[in-house]
Design a protein around this ligand. Structure first.
Ligand code: COA
Ligand code: AMP
Length: 628
């Protein structure tokens, strides 16, 4: 069936369409109710079905006779390790860890935080939770203890799983002291911290709540998987919103597994048995859906890659991994390709590897700039598919569905709406805009299976952030337009969320931290263009009256503060001291204009500006800052 017909069916006969897709995975109780509504009138998928995501990822393949096939390839240039783990082996590890968690008192319905680097144990931890019905919440290792503590207090885990250390290019990052610090900062105190000792020399301060991972596994019986309801929360994944507090996106089990299986076939065109590589940390949505659950449910070998596209050891790493593990489908963020291009502009490294195994390159996380796309196709002759999605959706919303109909891609566009997503471009009043006109990207309800169920413990925020702006629609927070052929172009966020090297961060969060510096009267943090990372934060700061401070000292202190409170991943490197910030007469900081000034693009001065002269002052301060 071709795209147009298939897509139309997914929208016009959504229940029939998704019932058929649900039959592609194994349920312990097949759902009879396909689409219903919860008590707040929000759509629910497969309400009365029962299944287990860990079973689908591992046991099912063993039952089908594929237990000796490779499930996980651990490729770690930073420790110079490559290991292949079969479905059998992975299942044993997962079942033992699940048994260990049970022995610590973790039960169905409890939450567990996972704060780990890219090692197989991180995947085992996720699947062990899923096996016993515990809801996991993975926190990216680049976040500070403060951010970890915020998440501990929000989802109140019974247990935290961590490892002794991560490795960042040239330095060991001891995770355990960070977890201990978070445990001190948080009000909620998890019962235990399970520590996987990597024996790389990191400091592991001993605390009474510590449990050694190996000892736990050694002393535990393998735990069996338990059937959970389709709507049982498989995980909570925090993402940045427009306030300082992250939003805990809640994912169901049945809709998610159905959607992932569907997407592996129809979007990624991945055949069971092939190697699939999403080079993302498991702390992000891509890592959850396409490093862990998607490929494993589809019986693809997945690569757990502990390294970076460059400097581990050089810009050839991605090509080595693709050719060595015969990767058929690859997924990364454009920033990773830009990093490689910067180090190896003529693609010399690429020539050393046989990449004929690679069928398709997918990119997401930020808009793919045309220069990056062209560079890739010039050196590697495979389709490069930019596709659009969010933590909230859990799987792509706009793409070229490569397993259905391989339309040509158009540079600058992320493709056409994926089956199940009725994507509309709306104006401020919620009216659908004509082709070519830019507006808000919204999706008509119901969203398809696998998308967010709610914001953890915060119905008000869920409704306020996504459902209230345009009644009857999910509001994505992105702007965009459609062309006459139905291709959608995403033009960027319309709120305070920025994308730094494919990582989603909140400038409001950073503003709160910058404003907490004792010398700061007020500040604005904006996302500005960056050749490598797409966007980076840029802070403009006004000192309190009477405060005198060297701008270098202030910059240093603020950068350190952001690293300490949010984490190095925020990549805050620029702090500009200004006398005043431009505002509207009603007192709103004109952030968009500040962005234009730093990016050096033309802008219109709004008639509501309080004092236009401030813009010249800022321009002068910026010139001086750049020339220093
Ligand atoms: N634990 C601890 N610290 C971490 C970390 C982790 N898991 N991940 C990143 N950091 C630190 C880095 O060491 C760096 O610190 P520094 O400022 O002291 O150097 C900082 O956070 C920023 O990291 P990063 O954004 O990774 O920048 P980088 O310069 O080290 O690398 C890229 C740049 C483009 C190579 C890298 O960002 C990249 O590979 N991006 C791809 C992103 C991606 O896959 N996104 C997923 C969505 S698809
Ligand atoms: P995250 O929730 O971290 O996946 O970030 C989601 C946001 O990243 C989206 O709201 C977009 O702003 C941006 N994004 C992701 N993929 C793309 C893409 N292919 N093109 C443009 N923006 C993207």
């Amino acid at each position: 069936m071709k795209y147009t017909e298939f897509y139309a069916k997914s929208i016009d006969n959504a229940e029939e369409f998704w019932e058929e897709q649900a039959h592609q995975i194994k349920w312990f109780k097949t759902p009879n109710t396909i689409l219903s509504k919860d008590e707040n009138d929000y759509p629910l998928w497969f309400k009365d079905g029962e299944l287990n995501a860990s079973y689908l990822a591992l046991d099912k393949h063993i039952e089908d006779g594929f237990g000796d096939e490779v499930a996980i390839i651990y490729d770690s240039p930073v420790t110079q390790t490559i290991r292949q783990i079969t479905f059998h082996e992975a299942k044993t590890e997962v079942a033992k860890l699940a048994g260990g968690l049970l022995s610590l008192g973790v039960e169905k319905g409890d939450t567990v935080i996972i704060y780990m680097p890219m090692i197989p144990q991180a995947v085992y931890a996720m699947l062990a939770c899923a096996r016993i019905g515990a809801t996991h919440s993975v926190v990216f290792g680049g976040f500070s203890p403060n951010e970890l503590a915020i998440r501990i207090d929000d989802c109140k885990p019974k247990v935290i799983l961590t490892a002794s250390s991560g490795i960042e290019i040239d330095r060991l990052i001891a995770y355990k002291p960070l977890v201990d610090e978070a445990m001190e900062l948080s009000e909620h105190k998890p019962l235990n911290v399970v520590v996987f000792n990597r024996k790389l020399g990191a400091r592991i301060p001993f605390k009474k709540y510590d449990i050694d991972y190996d000892a736990l596994i050694y002393g535990s019986e393998e735990a069996d998987y338990i059937p959970v309801e389709s709507t049982h929360p498989l995980y909570i994944l925090y993402t940045s919103g427009t306030t300082g507090k992250p939003k805990g996106i809640v994912r169901d089990t049945g809709g998610y597994c159905t959607a992932l299986k569907f997407s592996m076939k129809y979007i990624y065109n991945a055949q069971p048995g092939e190697t699939f590589w999403a080079a993302s940390d498991i702390g992000w949505a891509v890592g959850h859906s396409y490093t862990v659950y998607g490929p494993l449910i589809n019986r693809n070998a997945t690569i757990v890659f502990e390294g970076k596209p460059v400097r581990t050891p050089d810009a050839s790493t991605f090509w080595r991994v693709i050719s060595e593990h015969q990767v058929r489908t690859m997924f990364t963020a454009p920033t990773a390709i830009r990093a490689i291009k910067k180090e190896d502009p003529n693609g010399e490294f690429i020539k050393n590897y046989d990449l004929s195994c690679l069928r398709t390159q997918f990119l997401a996380g930020e808009r793919c700039d045309v220069a990056t796309l062209n560079w890739f196709t010039e050196h590697i002759p495979v389709p490069v598919i930019d596709h659009w999605w969010q933590t909230e959706s859990g799987w792509p919303m706009i793409a070229i569905m490569m397993g259905l109909e391989q339309f040509p891609y158009k540079p600058g566009s992320s493709g056409k709406p994926v089956c199940g997503y009725d994507i509309q471009i709306l104006d401020e009043n919620g009216e659908v805009l004509p082709t070519g006109e830019e507006g808000y990207v919204a999706i008509k309800l119901p969203l398809p299976p696998g998308t967010l169920m709610t914001v953890y413990n915060n119905l008000e925020r869920f409704q306020g952030s996504y459902l209230e702006k345009f009644p009857g629609y999910y509001f994505s927070g992105d702007g965009g337009y459609k062309d006459a052929d139905g291709y959608v172009y995403i033009t960027g966020r319309v709120d305070d969320v920025i994308n730094v090297a494919g990582h989603r961060l909140s400038t409001a969060d950073m503003e709160e931290v910058v404003a907490s510096h004792p010398a700061v009267a007020e500040c604005a943090v904006i996302g500005v263009n960056d050749d490598l990372k797409g966007q980076i934060p840029f802070a403009m700061v006004v000192l309190k009256a009477g405060e005198e401070m060297e701008s270098f000292q202030l910059e240093y202190e603020i950068i350190q503060l952001v690293r300490e409170k949010i984490g190095a991943v925020a990549s805050m490197k620029n702090v500009l001291l200004v006398n005043r910030l431009p505002k509207t007469r009603s007192g709103k900081i004109l952030r968009k204009i500040l962005r234009s000034i730093v990016d050096g693009v033309e802008f219109q001065v709004p008639s509501t500006i309080d004092d236009e002269l401030i813009l010249d002052e800022i321009q002068d301060a910026l010139t001086e800052y750049k020339n220093r």
